[in-house]
Design a protein around this ligand. Structure first.
Ligand code: AMX
Length: 389
């Protein structure tokens, strides 16, 4: 691609379309194929879903999978960095009222509080610290917000990111095994999703002004918190709970009523994908392994069959097929996380790695000068030139 080659033409119809499909940059960590879904550095994400989560983070940061020594060294570095949580940041969380706000507010506040306590200004160091410490931040948010801080077990960072989180929550035995398996899978599937999704884009935009990794990631989490983006996994389980039956006729009635009321059908549609998100299929397959008889999982599976033909009746909906959120909430519920409003924090936790990796790439661009500060153009509208008399 030469510097002068036209790769996209802008017409008036592109304005006020949420930058939909307009190329604005390059991304080295992942891309979303409209049919095949997300690929991390070239690998379809399904190929990576059963690896160790740290190896996939290494891939996003280094653009290749680690050899065994590199893998061990990377895990060791994360374990070491996870051994310290700034006490100032913990005090901020401890002073929030249990049950207040949304868990995503707590995640964003927690990231900012960690940044206030320990930003170094080195993007790699700050990224690695944040990735290493988010499992404990998550566990603390769950227990502090839930009013049970005494239940927190001392960290054991040797366990790895996901297992350490489950351990800190105080879960053991078979339940812990199932949580580790499903959460690791979920975690890997959600780490990255190209450069243009709202949370990643927002995080990178803030980072382009040379804001800290912490400020950038807190911004990304705020972007993720909307129901059309990350909070769709919460909305989708609440939707499944409202439906309350896997009877196809009842589901059809419910979905048609939602559409008539101009409400979104959660778990369906996508800004880029034009087929079922392979991650939806992978999560449905995981469900058939870990919770085949779970009532909500059965409803999600029934939605997968019933909804697409209904959405196809609405030509404006470009993708009538399931997205990643269709089954993720049902799975999280089945493995023991009963409160849907916490689900987006899992999504956010996973995204920390992908967004940090993309920010690192953008900071290293142009021989280390970084990408220029983001500055798209908005064309003035309904603003005739005026003067005060
Ligand atoms: N239910 C109802 N209407 C939908 C729809 C759905 N599942 N998907 C698309 N539409 C509507 C849009 O709201 C839009 O209507 P408008 O012209 O009146 O504004 C029209 O169809 C065209 O939309 P589109 O180009 O097909 O999709 P988009 O890029 O504008 O929106 C998305 C994508 C995901 C926000 C949308 O499909 C949606 O709202 N889905 C339901 C919420 C959801 O599951 N979000 C999770 C997405 C994945 C993620 O980020 N976690």
């Amino acid at each position: 691609m030469g510097d002068e080659e036209t790769i996209f033409s802008i017409s008036e119809g592109h304005l006020d379309s949420g930058l939909r499909g307009i190329p604005v940059g390059t991304c080295k960590t992942s891309y979303v194929d409209p049919i095949e879904g997300v690929h991390y550095v070239g690998y379809p994400v399904g190929d990576l879903a059963n690896l160790e989560e740290e190896d996939v983070i290494y891939l996003l940061m280094h653009k290749r999978l680690p050899d065994p020594e590199e893998s061990a060294a990377f895990r060791k570095e994360l374990a070491h960095r996870g051994e310290e949580m700034p006490t100032g940041a913990l005090r901020v969380l401890e002073n929030l009222t249990p049950g207040s706000g949304h868990p995503m507010d707590w995640l964003s506040i927690g990231i900012m509080a960690m940044g206030a306590a320990e930003t170094t200004g080195d993007v790699r160091v700050d990224s690695m610290n944040l990735i290493a410490r988010t499992p404990e931040l998550m566990a603390r948010i769950f227990l502090l917000r839930g009013g049970h801080p005494e239940k927190l077990r001392p960290r054991n960072t040797e366990l790895g990111l996901v297992e350490n989180f489950v351990h800190m929550l105080g879960v053991d035995g078979e339940e812990a095994e199932m949580m580790n398996r499903a959460l690791r899978f979920f975690f890997i599937l959600h780490m990255d999703h190209g450069g243009g999704n709202l949370s990643t884009f927002s995080g990178k935009a803030v980072a382009s002004g040379k804001a800290s990794v912490y400020a950038s990631l807190a911004s990304a989490m705020n972007a993720l918190s909307g129901p059309l983006h990350g909070r769709a996994n919460q909305a989708c389980l609440e939707f499944v709970q409202r439906i309350g039956t896997s009877d196809p006729d009842e589901i059809e009635k419910f979905v048609r009523a939602e559409l008539a009321a101009k409400r979104p059908i959660y778990g369906f549609g996508h800004g880029v994908l034009r087929a079922e998100d392979p991650r939806a299929r992978l999560l449905i397959e995981l469900g058939s392994e870990v919770c085949p008889d779970d009532e909500y999982y059965k409803i999600a599976k029934a939605l997968r069959e019933v909804v697409p033909p209904i959405l196809k009746e609405h030509p404006k909906i470009k993708n009538p097929f399931p997205n990643v959120d269709l089954a993720s909430g049902s799975l999280l519920h089945a493995i023991g996380f009963r409160k849907p409003h916490y689900y987006t924090t899992f999504f956010g936790w996973a995204r920390v790695a992908g967004i940090c990796a993309q920010i690192l790439d953008e900071r290293n661009a142009r021989d280390g000068r970084g990408v220029p500060i983001y500055r798209p153009k908005y064309i003035a509208k309904e603003q005739p030139h005026r003067r005060l008399e």
